[in-house]
Structure formats: structure tokens, C-alpha cells
Ligand binder design. Structure first.
Ligand SMILES: *[C@@H]1O[C@H](CO)[C@@H](O)[C@H](O)[C@H]1NC(C)=O
Length: 366
């Protein structure tokens, strides 16, 4: 009896010892990942020591039921006291080791805002079957987005903005059918947008600005019911703005500025009362401004400057509920600037460099 109890206690102790520690394979993968990186100022990777990677390893968390590594969250911009006490923001060099790919229970990989992590995204990252969040924003990562990124069937957030990525957007990206947030902005990504981008039916934010993208805006985008924020600004996108974009149900921010768009403004774009921030500045848009404003019109920003718009400013704009920042400068508009709200609080710079606009706030009398 006594022996049996002793055996049971020893067995229990052994079991506890096993489940409270991470697996040796996960630990080895993390140590290989650590050895590819240098973080000279805060010493956060110095906490990655000892056998149990699930306890007190900065930024690492495990599934409590099986002690497999679930999350790596290393943010270089953080409110954590390790940052606030030193008054430093993050800085790390090195690259992302492919050893990460053996952490096959990983759901979150955030290695963000370290300013100087370089090298490529390990292509094997696309074999991580549980990955939901991939956030590598704010580094100096080069190379292309892995071509089979579409294999990450659970991915909801792909944020690799503010890096030095090149190549084109992989066609497989449209297979990420749980993707809600796509941010590739401020890289050197070229090529055309996949024409079937509209297959990303869960997407609510699509930020592709500040790249070298060419081709036209795929009409299929307008079919993304949940899309609230579309930013394609500062690319080389040409063609006209698809009519259908004007009838998107929850679109509230549309930034298409600094591209090579031509053609007329879709009529329903400016009558969509949910659309509050619109920047179409610095394109080659022409035609007249559609006379479609109503008491439901509400624009925080409506920037149409530096295009080839002609004709008059529609009087209906003065029926708008609110227009904060309006810029119609540097077009070929002509005629009387309507009186009343919102025109009474705007400065002349909102209307300068047109063909023959006149009236307040311009100095030119009609
Ligand atoms: C609109 O885009 C232009 C060109 O990219 C930029 O200069 C301008 O500041 C933007 N307007 C607003 C109100 O943000």
C-alpha cells in the first residue's frame, strides 16, 4: 500500500513536470529563432533561457492543456514597462529563422516594429496550419510574399506593411477565405491586383497603398460586402473607377489618390452616404461633378484636387449635412462657387487653380 502511494506520487510528479514545461522541440525552434536575431538595447531575448519556454520567456505563450507554443508576440512599439522604463522603442537586427516553421501549433506570429529585421519571410511559414495572425509590420524584410500564402486557411490578419517587399501579390492570396485585415502598404510590391480579389469575402480592411501596383481596380472588389476601408493610394493604378464601388454597403474610407486613374467619377460614389473619407487627388479623372449631394451627404474628407474635372460645382453640395475638408483645387472647374454651408467655412485654397471659378472665398468676382 505504502509502495503504491509512493509510486503514484512519483508518477504524478513526473506527469506534472512534463506538462508544465514546453516540448524540447518547441524550445529548440525558439532558440534557433532567437539566435537569428540581435536585440541589443532591451535584452528581452535574454529572458529566453532555461528549459521551460512556456514560463517567463518574453512574448511566448503556450496552450495550457498541452504546453505547445501558441503565440509569439514581440512588438517593438509597446507600453510594456520594459520599454517605458528604458524610454527606448524597439530595435532588432537579424532575420526570421525558418525554424519557426516547426512550431506547428503557432496561431499568432507578431514580430512588429523592430525597424531593422531584414531577410525574407521564410517560405515554409505557409505550412503552419493554425496560423491566424501574421504581423511583421515595420521591419526591413525583403523578397516576395510566399507564393502559396493561400495555404494559410485560418489566417485572419496579414500585416506586412512598412517593409521592403518586392515581387507581385501572389494569386493564391484570394484563397484566404477568413482574411479580414490585409495590409501590404509601404513596400515595393509591383504587378497587377488579382482580378478575383473579390473572393476575399471576409475582408474589411484592404490597405495596399504606397507600392508600385499597376493595372486597373478589379471590379470584383465591389462585391466584398464587409469592406469598410480601401486604400490603393500612391501606386500606378490606371483605368477608371468601377461604377460598382459607389454602391458598396459599408465602405467608409476610399483612398485612391496619387494614381493614374482616368474617366469620370461614378455617379453613385458621391451619393453613397456611408462613404465619409474620399481622396481621389492626383489622378487624371475628368468629366463633370455629378449633382447628387443630399442632406444625407457627410464627408470628413472629400479631396478631388489635381484632376481634370470640369463644369460647375453642383449647388446640391450646399445641402450636405457635413463636409469637413473639401479640396477641388487644380482642376478645370468653372462658374460660381455656391453660397452657404459648407462653402462658408472653406478657404480659397480649396478652389484655386481652376479655369474660371468665381465668388467667395476666391478673390475673383463673378
Ligand atoms: C489626398 O491625397 C493627396 C495625394 O496623395 C495628399 O497630398 C493629400 O494630403 C490627401 N488629402 C487629405 C485630405 O488627406
Amino acid at each position: 500500500m505504502k509502495l503504491a502511494v509512493t509510486v503514484a506520487v512519483v508518477l504524478l510528479a513526473a506527469t506534472v513536470a512534463v506538462v508544465t514545461s514546453c516540448t524540447p522541440a518547441d524550445r529548440d525552434a525558439l532558440l534557433a529563432f532567437k539566435s537569428g536575431l540581435t536585440e541589443p538595447y532591451l535584452g528581452i531575448l535574454n529572458t529566453w533561457t532555461g528549459t521551460d519556454c512556456c514560463t517567463n520567456w518574453y512574448g511566448v505563450s503556450c496552450d495550457p492543456t498541452d504546453n505547445r507554443v501558441n503565440d509569439i508576440v514581440l512588438r517593438g512599439e509597446s507600453e510594456d514597462k520594459i520599454f517605458t522604463q528604458t524610454g527606448r522603442s524597439g530595435y532588432m537586427t537579424g532575420s526570421l529563422s525558418p525554424s519557426l516553421c516547426s512550431l506547428d501549433r503557432l496561431t499568432t506570429l507578431i514580430v512588429a516594429d523592430w525597424k531593422a529585421i531584414s531577410g525574407e519571410i521564410p517560405p515554409c511559414i505557409t505550412t503552419l496550419p493554425h496560423l491566424r495572425i501574421l504581423d511583421l509590420v515595420g521591419n526591413q524584410i525583403t523578397g516576395a510574399i510566399p507564393s502559396d500564402i493561400g495555404n494559410l486557411q485560418k489566417l485572419t490578419v496579414l500585416n506586412i506593411a512598412d517593409n521592403k517587399l518586392t515581387g507581385s501579390i501572389p494569386p493564391s492570396i484570394v484563397n484566404l477565405n477568413r482574411l479580414m485585415h490585409l495590409d501590404l502598404s509601404n513596400n515595393q510590391i509591383s504587378g497587377e491586383l488579382p482580378s478575383d480579389l473579390g473572393k476575399l469575402s471576409m475582408m474589411s480592411r484592404c490597405l495596399l497603398n504606397q507600392n508600385q501596383l499597376t493595372g486597373s481596380i478589379p471590379t470584383s472588389i465591389a462585391g466584398i460586402y464587409r469592406l469598410a476601408d480601401l486604400d490603393l493610394s500612391m501606386n500606378k493604378i490606371s483605368g477608371s473607377i468601377p461604377q460598382q464601388i459607389g454602391s458598396m454597403p459599408v465602405l467608409s474610407t476610399l483612398n485612391l489618390d496619387s494614381n493614374q486613374l482616368t474617366g469620370e467619377l461614378p455617379v453613385n460614389l458621391l451619393s453613397n452616404s456611408g462613404l465619409n473619407i474620399v481622396n481621389l487627388s492626383r489622378n487624371g479623372l475628368d468629366g463633370n461633378l455629378p449633382d447628387v449631394f443630399t442632406p444625407r451627404t457627410y464627408f470628413s474628407v472629400l479631396d478631388l484636387s489635381f484632376n481634370k474635372l470640369k463644369g460647375a460645382i453642383p449647388k446640391s453640395l450646399s445641402s450636405a449635412r457635413y463636409v469637413g475638408h473639401l479640396d477641388m483645387s487644380n482642376n478645370h472647374l468653372c462658374g460660381v462657387i455656391p453660397a452657404g454651408f459648407p462653402f462658408d467655412h472653406l478657404e480659397a485654397s480649396s478652389f484655386t487653380n481652376n479655369d474660371c471659378l468665381c465668388g467667395s472665398p476666391l478673390m475673383r468676382v463673378c
